[in-house]
Design a protein around this ligand. Sequence first.
Ligand code: FSO
Ligand code: SF4
Length: 544
Amino acid sequence: MFCFQCEQTAGGKGCTKVGVCGKDSRVATLQDLLLYQLKGIAYLGSKILAEGKKIDEGTTKFMMDALFSTLTNVNFDEKRFVRYILEADSVKENLKNQVSNLDNLPAAVYYRPPEDVEKMIADGKKVGILADDIDEDIRSLRELLIYGLKGMAAYAHHAYRLGYKDIEVNNFFFTALANTLDSNLSADELYNLCMELGKKNFKCMEILDKAHTKTFGHPQPTEVLISRKKGPFIIVSGHDLKDLKELLEQTEGKGINIYTHGEMLPAHGYPELKKYKHLVGNYGGAWQDQQKEFDGIPGCILMTTNCLQKPRDSYKDRIFTTGVVGFDGVAHIEEVNGKKDFTPIIQKALELGGWQEDEEEKKILVGFAHNTVLGVANKIIEAVKSGQIKHFFLIGGCDGAKPGRNYYTEFAEKTPKDTLILTLACGKYRFNKKDFGIVAEFPRLLDVGQCNDAYSAIIIAIELAKAFGVDVNELPLTLVLSWFEQKAVAILLTLLSLGIKNIYLGPSLPAFVSPNILQVLVERFNIKPISNPENDLNEILSKK
Ligand code: FSO
Ligand code: SF4
């Protein structure tokens, strides 16, 4: 196996024997073969588009879901990848019937997978990341594009589940992935595709924002309990608000408390979700703490998306997966005719009985997406003009296990009292339970939402820039980002495609970005690897 798609990749170079994430070499190789199949599908899809025809909805949905399943910490289940690979074969055969000429196409188009898993693995070994002998920079850009597409697939999947989609975003999965089969593509052409991906992902996050706010209302500032309550419970993790809503409906009146976990925390701000009284609070920290925090827990956990870690035996019988998530031996809740029946998890939670006592109450504040923040834009602008707010920081992104990620905690702690911090995604757990006080009349720490709510943060920045009559890069705003997996790659490409410069990025730079490509990004966008909080803060604040 060879995989270097995420930040925790072995030795900062690549996982070769087993994934640091726990993905074994069999699953990694099956994922490679699935991606090869998806490239074949993409090529046929791009031909269908070039012939002026449409790609059917089932094929698009398959593309999104299958790409999503290969993200870090989503699916570790060998059987699921075997099914996807075989399904991809039917999808491909169906597309072949729609293309007028099938001569001289890339091998991925003609490839037919064997039924036998060992043979599949043998085939997968021939089509991995390092399979072809290409220039390091071309490989780097190609993988950058593929990881961006994977990230965007996750967002498109969530929007689609709520009935929202965009034809340009959907078609781009096919045209862009098809291009990764073209070994004659130049570095410039691949770079341009990466920037185009950034733009398409902005559109995709906009659609997802619309899907969330039209379905659940605009998030409102909301206090969230972070201590335990007595009674049976289910903890819901991941990003899928639709799953949470369905579970809330099915648990109403059953005496079960629902807690959010990880990236589900922003759910508490949405009117159509917070109205459920049994959505009682948030449990635990970021994803990498789950094995410790779920250990022997007297309740259930539902994983709707990443980040899933290998469950310990002490809770393997009470963690459930749904959607594209999976783990061998863990119960999975399937969608049937657009509905999910959560009865097994509900019954298990009741059986386990839950916590015996209430803990002392503690609360944090969430719900500062674009509608709320821009609703007080005039006051924010006044506070900047009067000198009460001197600088804005967006300290956001993913969390992870590396000790170097303490940088973000220290950075947030060291920001001066006359600055305001916006945060989003699971990296916020490094500091979201700390009291940062007030600046002007605002809490100094404003939680904008999930990683996809980077859209919200961008809109806030664009609108503030307009109000001040300056370019976004001239705002007293600095982005201090932590990346971990492929959604963060898509977001980073979005920020770059919008021309946003001077981003501080850490905790380490992506292994798949070659030195030459990094140099290009540094020259064009002045991306800065994080150093230490004091140095970086001094550098940022002395420039004003
Ligand atoms: Fe975190 Fe995991 Fe949202 Fe990611 S829970 S790391 S970028 O999947 O999606 O921030
Ligand atoms: Fe390694 Fe990350 Fe790939 Fe897992 S997803 S195998 S940790 S690079």
